[in-house]
Design a protein around this ligand. Structure first.
Ligand code: SF4
Ligand code: FES
Length: 335
C-alpha cells in the first residue's frame, strides 16, 4: 500500500494505483479532468494533458519535487508522494493553456453539434478555459465521412484522444480505423472509408468525448436536454452484450439508445449494435426507471415547465382562444 497526500487530503491506495485513480477514491471537485483516459479501455491516457498535476514530493524515500507537471492518469503513486491539483496555481494556469490548445482546431459549433450538452470538451472549456482565443491561423477542416450505416465521423471536431481506436481494437474482431499521420497532420483514418460493421462498433460513439463520432440514427433529431433518459434492459442474444442501456425518450418515441455511464462519463458495460441501433421500441425493453443525471448537467437543468397563465387573465379571454390553448398548449392554463 502507498500513502499519498492529494490536495492536502491523505489517502492510502494499493501500489500501482495511478494518481488519477487515487484522487477518484477521494472524489469531488479535486479529481483532475480527463479527456483521453478511459478506465474500461486498456492503454488509454497520456494523450491530452488535461489531467496534469504537480508532484511536490516524489516519495518518502526521495522527497524531491518532480521537475515538470505530470499526467496523473498514467503516473503511479509512490509511498509518501505529495500531489497538488486544485491547490496549485501553476496547474490551474497550465490547464487553461491545455483548453486553448485543444480548441485550436476544434470548431465552436456547439449550437449545431449533436454532442452539445454532453460534451466533455464543452464542460472542460466551461470549467477551466478562458472566454477568448489568441488563435489567428486558419483552422484545419475535413469533409464528414460516413463510416458504415450508423456512424458519421466529423474529423474537424476530433481531439485525437485515441479512445475510439482502443474501443475498436479491444471490442471488435477486426479494426479498420486508426490514427494516420502525425503532428498536425494526424487524423482518424478509415482505410478508404472502410465501414466499421463489427457488432460492437457503436461503442466508439459513446467513448468519443466530443461530437466527432455521432450516431446517424440520432443526428439532429433533438437537443439532448429536451429528452428524457430512462434505464432499461433486455436479454440480448449476444453473449458479450450487457443489454443494460439508457433509452432517450422524446414523448413516447425512443430517439436513441446508449450504454450507461458512470460519474466520470465512462461506459459501465458495453452494448452491441443490435441493442443500440435496432431496438427503438419501448416493447423491446424492460424499463427500470429514470436515469440519474447530475444536477449540474444541462440535461437535467433544462426540463422547462410550461409557464402558467394567471386565472384572472383567462377569465377575460374569448372562448375560442381558451379552446385553442387547451388543444395545443404553448402555456399551461392556471385553472
Ligand atoms: S473521433 Fe472522438 S474518440 Fe476518436 S480520437 Fe477523435 S475525439 Fe477521440
Ligand atoms: S486524461 Fe491524462 S493525459 Fe488525457
Amino acid at each position: 500500500m502507498a500513502k499519498i497526500t492529494f490536495d492536502g487530503i491523505e489517502i492510502e491506495v494499493p501500489d500501482g494505483t495511478t494518481i488519477m485513480n487515487a484522487a477518484r477514491k477521494i472524489g469531488g471537485d479535486i479529481v483532475p479532468p480527463a479527456m483521453c483516459y478511459y478506465t474500461p479501455l486498456k492503454g488509454t491516457g497520456g494523450k491530452c494533458r488535461a489531467c496534469l498535476v504537480k508532484v511536490t514530493a516524489g516519495s518518502a524515500k526521495d522527497p524531491r519535487p518532480m521537475p515538470k507537471l505530470v499526467p496523473s492518469c498514467i503516473t503511479t503513486v509512490q509511498d509518501g508522494m505529495v500531489v497538488e491539483n486544485t491547490t496549485n496555481q501553476q496547474v490551474l494556469d497550465v490547464r487553461k493553456g491545455i483548453v486553448e490548445m485543444l480548441l485550436i482546431n476544434h470548431p465552436l459549433d456547439c449550437p449545431v453539434c449533436d454532442q452539445a450538452g454532453e460534451c466533455d470538451l464543452q464542460n472542460f472549456a466551461f470549467e477551466h478555459g478562458v472566454a477568448t482565443t489568441r488563435y489567428e491561423e486558419e483552422r484545419r477542416t475535413f469533409e464528414k465521412i460516413d463510416i458504415g450505416p450508423y456512424i458519421q465521423l466529423h474529423m474537424t471536431r476530433c481531439i485525437l484522444c485515441y479512445r475510439c481506436v482502443y474501443t475498436a481494437d479491444q471490442l471488435t474482431e477486426q479494426r479498420v480505423h486508426g490514427v494516420l499521420g502525425r503532428g498536425d497532420a494526424a487524423e482518424i483514418g478509415t482505410y478508404i472509408d472502410n465501414i466499421i460493421d463489427q457488432d460492437f462498433s457503436g461503442n466508439v460513439i459513446d467513448v468519443c468525448p466530443v461530437g466527432a463520432l455521432t450516431d446517424k440514427t440520432w443526428r439532429f433529431k433533438q437537443r439532448v436536454w429536451f429528452t428524457k433518459p430512462v434505464n432499461a434492459h433486455r436479454n440480448c442474444e449476444n453473449p458479450k452484450c450487457s443489454g443494460n442501456v439508457v433509452l432517450w425518450y422524446k414523448g413516447k418515441d425512443v430517439l436513441r439508445v446508449t450504454a450507461r455511464k458512470d460519474e466520470y462519463g465512462e461506459v459501465k458495460e458495453w452494448i452491441c449494435n443490435t441493442c443500440r441501433f435496432e431496438k427503438k421500441e419501448t416493447s423491446d425493453w424492460t424499463i427500470e426507471g429514470p436515469t440519474h443525471i447530475e444536477r449540474s448537467s444541462v440535461i437535467s437543468a433544462n426540463h422547462y415547465e410550461l409557464p402558467v397563465v394567471n386565472p384572472q387573465v383567462i377569465a377575460d379571454m374569448p372562448e375560442s382562444t381558451i379552446r385553442d390553448l387547451e388543444q395545443n398548449p404553448p402555456l399551461k392554463l392556471g385553472r
